[in-house]
Design a protein around this ligand. Structure first.
Ligand code: SF4
Length: 288
């Protein structure tokens, strides 16, 4: 059985002291331990940004992508080798802004990957510019008077994109977050988990104290049924006054993309097993 230290490398994270990424990192490793996963069974793809800084600090297979491209890389890995646990990480900038098209298409296709979106409502790595999740009027490093647009709600986008698992966790509640990461990984199909992650350096508005006053757990809401898409849609529209955490929606009958491919129905091998070497000698000769 793996230990939490098995998922460390010789590198130590250099996030700012007090950054919520430390909590997310610990919950992620704890969920691997509780799921009995070993480092060689996991692939994590990373985006550019503070969350991407974990790439060489977590002992699993890893791929550091271009900005906004963490999801398509994860999809490619999973299609090639479905035996792996594949997780795409990124921030609100990478996943909801540059890469939102990838999120929508991957959700619709129900690829069997887990997306962990760290939402600090700022571009932290580049000193706090606003993202699509920043509230209208909130000042950022390049917009001292605030931005004029309304924010996008990530779980709302995931739901309307047909994601079969949509959840929201909070970095200040590691116990719940670990549970949610485990549920997201276990889900058969596309799982989207937004993680509210305070940026202690560049976001002085959405702080730990700010979230503490607003978050509540759906599991404490009497009669909440996460299989009801319409109810989930209503919850996903929630404002900053009350922020729901927990599993917002799950289709327990979800059939992942790879199992929908009739022509691969009887295959006992994966695409990785089927890779062969082909000689292109004859083909090249035609051009000599
Ligand atoms: Fe964390 Fe913000 Fe520092 Fe990035 S800039 S490491 S998100 S506190």
């Amino acid at each position: 059985m793996s230990q939490i230290t098995d998922f460390n490398t010789i590198n130590v994270p250099n996030w700012c002291p007090g950054c919520a990424n430390f909590g997310v990192w610990n919950s992620l490793k704890q969920s691997f331990v509780e799921l009995n996963l070993e480092p060689h069974q996991i692939v994590i793809t990373y985006d550019i940004g503070c969350s991407g800084n974990g790439a060489d600090k977590t002992n699993t297979y890893a791929f550091k992508s271009l900005h906004g491209r963490t999801i398509p890389i994860a999809v490619g890995v999973k299609l090639a080798n479905p035996n792996l646990t594949v997780i795409a990480t990124g921030g609100d900038g990478g996943i909801m802004e540059e890469g939102v098209n990838h999120l929508m298409w991957a959700a619709r296709s129900n690829y069997d990957i887990t997306v962990l979106m760290h939402n600090n409502r700022r571009f932290g790595l580049t000193t706090g510019q606003p993202t699509v999740t920043t509230n209208k009027g909130e000042p950022g490093s390049t917009s001292p008077l605030g931005i004029p647009e309304d924010p996008i709600v990530p779980v709302h986008v995931a739901l309307i994109s047909k994601a079969t698992f949509v959840a929201r966790g909070y970095a200040g509640d590691p116990k719940q977050l670990t549970k949610l990461i485990k549920s997201a990984i276990k889900h058969k199909g596309f799982s989207f988990l937004e993680i509210l992650q305070p940026c202690v350096t560049f976001n002085k508005i959405n702080t730990f104290d700010w979230y503490k006053e607003r978050v509540y757990k759906l599991e404490d809401k009497k009669g909440y049924d996460a299989s009801d898409w319409d109810k989930a849609f209503d919850i996903s529209k929630s404002t900053d006054e009350k922020i729901a955490t927990g599993i917002i929606y799950e289709d327990k009958k979800s059939v992942p993309y790879s199992q929908r491919l009739s022509y691969r129905k009887d295959k006992k091998t994966t695409l990785v097993d089927e890779v062969k070497q082909y000689s292109i000698k004859e083909f090249v000769k035609e051009f000599e």
